[in-house]
Every structure is written in structure tokens, then in C-alpha cells.
Write a protein that binds this ligand. Structure first.
Ligand code: DQA
Length: 145
């Protein structure tokens, strides 16, 4: 049975490619989804890719992952720095959680240096651009093997 990974994206990531390209690059979220789908197929993972601007929808998706996914790759975007609700939802999920940030949050404003999600994440990838998603998927495959 192939293992399933949810790749979840938080607020404003729907604007990837248009939003501050000097920080986040020129790739769109659809490009990231296509790369994640290609790599998942190559390494034998089933992947579901979602984006929401709403904290509650992200909590619902993480709760759904409790029964529908083996691992979560999550770019919580701005909710990283604010959301106890997303942290609590992740604490109710048993599998590996990989946190991804396209930019190096530690090189940016101090309010981005703390992530609630990191308290639960098994690994954190920051500053590797959109390649961070692919690194996270490879890590998921290793952890689930
Ligand atoms: C981000 C970093 C966050 O601080 C920011 O709010 C984002 C994107 C990143 O991918 O680098 O929206 O998570």
C-alpha cells in the first residue's frame, strides 16, 4: 500500500510567483504542485496538495490527515508565527510532520524567527526556495520506509 502525504500551504501562498518574487521566487504554487506530484510518483508516495488562506480550513485538513495521511508537509506561512490552533491540530496527528519555509525565516524580521509549528515538526526546512518541498518529501519517504 503506498503511503499518503498531505502537502498543505497556508495564507498568501496562492500568490506565489506574484507575491514578493525577490523573496519567494517566480515559481507559482501550481508549479510547486506539479514538481511535488512528479517527485511523489517517482518515490512511491500518494500526494494530496492543498492551499488555504483560512486557519480553520488548515486545522480541518490536519484533522482529516489523522485518518487519511501517513505524513504531513506543511508550509504554514504567516500562521507559523501565530497559530496555537494549528500546533494543537498537529499534536493530534501521529505521523511525521515536515515544516517548510521557502525563505530563510531566521534572516528576516524577528517576528518570523519563532514558529509554533516547529514545536511539533520532526524537521524544518527554510531558505531552500521551493526545492524545500521536494527535500521534505524525500525526508518523508525516508521516515515512512
Ligand atoms: C513563509 C515565511 C513566513 O514568514 C511568511 O509569512 C510566508 C511564507 C515562507 O515560505 O518563507 O507567508 O512561510
Amino acid at each position: 500500500m503506498p503511503k499518503t502525504v498531505f502537502v498543505l500551504n497556508g495564507p498568501n501562498l496562492n500568490l506565489l510567483g506574484q507575491r514578493q518574487p525577490e523573496i519567494y521566487g517566480s515559481e507559482t504554487l501550481a508549479d510547486v504542485q506539479a514538481s511535488c506530484a512528479a517527485l511523489s510518483a517517482e518515490i512511491g508516495l500518494e500526494m494530496r496538495f492543498e492551499q488555504s488562506n483560512s486557519e480553520g480550513t488548515l486545522v480541518d485538513l490536519i484533522q482529516e490527515a489523522r485518518t487519511a495521511a501517513d505524513a504531513i508537509v506543511l508550509n504554514p506561512a504567516a500562521y507559523s508565527h501565530t497559530s496555537v490552533a494549528i500546533l494543537d491540530a498537529l499534536k493530534a496527528f501521529d505521523g511525521p510532520v515536515l515544516e517548510v519555509h521557502i525563505s530563510n525565516i531566521h534572516q528576516r524580521e524577528s517576528f518570523r524567527h519563532h514558529s509554533y509549528v516547529s514545536l511539533r515538526a520532526d524537521g524544518v526546512i527554510a531558505g531552500c526556495g521551493t526545492q524545500g518541498y521536494l527535500l521534505a518529501l524525500r525526508r518523508v519517504a525516508t521516515l515512512l520506509a
